[in-house]
Design a binder for this molecule. Sequence first.
Ligand code: HPA
Length: 290
Amino acid sequence: MVDTGDSQPYSYEQVQEIAQFLLDRTKIRPKIAIICGTGLGDLIESVTERQIFPYEDIPGFPVSTVVGHAGKLVFGVLNGVQLMCMQGRFHPFEGYPVWKCAMPVRVMKLCGITHLIVTNAAGGISEHLDVGDLMIIKDHINLLGFSGKNPLIGPNDERFGPRFPATVKCYDRGIRKKVMSVAKEMGIAEIIKEGVYTAQGGPAFETVAETRCLKALGTDAVGMSTVHEVVTARHCGLTVFGMSLITNRCALSYDEEDEVTHEAVLEVSSSRAKLLQQLICRLVPLVLQE
Ligand code: HPA
């Protein structure tokens, strides 16, 4: 049995045990993993030869508690590529330590993946971002990491990666270029932007003063996820691509009356879900080409 006591990060052997549990139950040998953001989990409907593992059936796995996040690990084939998808991710605001939120990335690594695609819903801060835009993440600000909540804190196992990993080149430049060309082919280039994603702890959305602060820090879009997964992925040598769907604008002025709600976030993400799915579907085989 896997012991997942809250006081210690999972050991290499515990992660291996979870990966082996999954590999013993599927013929799929994934090369890519996708973490589906809020409201974007329908992507798995395009996945064939699906094998579904609800999180509660995977020994040692946390369970997802957020509306709009299903809580399933799905193995299958998308556009000819064997992959695994997280339909529903773990957020620090659910009460999980960040290392626990990011642990599934290590499971993916030990299942054999080389590439990770992360998607999320985010609030737009840069004036270049409109509601409904898709922002390619070119860099991130790990606000939780600034305050001592980095997923790599704790004993380091070199089998995953180095004690002090670089995070300068987190988001693969080649894949970012490919996404731009796919978007052009799809005729949606005008809604594709590029920018810096900042993760704050949530679950409260930002105050006006906080949004102004995030803007001054260099944030283009803000959310409550993703960064801990990407840091963990880069630590264990995975190539990463990330994309944010801009579901709302963050208020930069006290005169703005509209307040963001989770329902509004879900509404915009479901209106753009198909488009993002098509984009990811076309992207998947290209990601593996050097
Ligand atoms: N702030 C933080 N997280 C979010 C937002 C936001 O405005 N929109 C979607 N996720």
